[in-house]
Design a protein around this ligand. Sequence first.
Ligand code: C5P
Length: 234
Amino acid sequence: MGKDVIVACDFSSKADVMNFLDKFNGEGRKPFVKIGMELFYAEGPQIVKEIKERGHKIFLDLKLHDIPNTVKKSMAVLSGLDVDMTNLHASGTIAMMEAALEGLTRPDGSRPILIAVTQLTSTSQERMTNDLLINEPIDKVVMHYAHNAKLAGLDGVVCSPLEAGKVHETCGNDFVTVTPGVRFADGDIGDQVRVMTPAEAKKIGSDYIVVGRPITAAADPVAAYNRCVAEFVD
Ligand code: C5P
């Protein structure tokens, strides 16, 4: 699986995202783009088609979680949008993840990369224990869910770059780690807590880094993107 920098396009309108992507028109590398719920719910499937037509790969971050049959049918729809990567919640169970893979697979056997969210980073140990009644340490739960995703045949998980090494140890080096929480050494951390630079994420074995504000809010987004690529991919 090739290493790449995925730009989190956390914009809430088509005008804003297109204005941002216009900066990348021209000769250079076209960023792999993450489209989240906010933009997808605001603009609908058409936004995926339009960004795809501009030559970008797309990670559609909708984190599906429902009964297996519903997830299977929904995944078939997302696969038809020709996205390159999408995701679901591993807490939906192995049966749900297997159904998702089935739905995602196109008649010709091809399919987008499918990755799982284990526990959201907003879920603390305390919330998991008290609200969800899961009585195990959170890092054990994360690794167990990653292992379930592997058993179901998924390609990988979203995790902190700090967990990428452990995930590879547990699930194998081919199991993809997609890691947000990336910041430049001389940049703003913002609301992220545990961060790594692109170079550190590369060293620890992340396969894809997801970078939002260090690129989208930079004075020169193309230069910031190229810096990520230089540190992480090249
Ligand atoms: O702007 P920033 O680089 O913090 O954006 C990171 C992106 O990764 C956002 O789209 C955020 O929702 C997403 N993400 C995250 N932490 C996770 C999972 C996803 O920051 N555990």
